[in-house]
Design a protein around this ligand. Structure first.
Ligand code: ZN
Length: 62
């Protein structure tokens, strides 16, 4: 599994279907076989990064 944002493989599991990229500090959730990316803002809120990616970039590689 690679981070679609920075292509790093330095990804940690933080919960059920939830992962965190230690390289670019992006949180990833797996929803129905697709990744959903969120950036954690300084105030702790999450903003979606999904709009920055094409569908096929968010599809999980098997
Ligand atoms: Zn990353």
């Amino acid at each position: 599994m690679r981070c679609p944002n920075c292509r790093s493989i330095d990804i940690g599991k933080i919960g059920t279907n939830q992962y965190y990229c230690w390289s670019c500090f992006v949180e990833m959730s797996i929803i129905q076989g697709k990744l959903s990316l969120h950036q954690v803002e300084e105030d702790g809120s999450l903003s979606s990064l999904d709009d920055l990616f094409e569908d096929e970039q968010l599809r999980l590689e098997n």
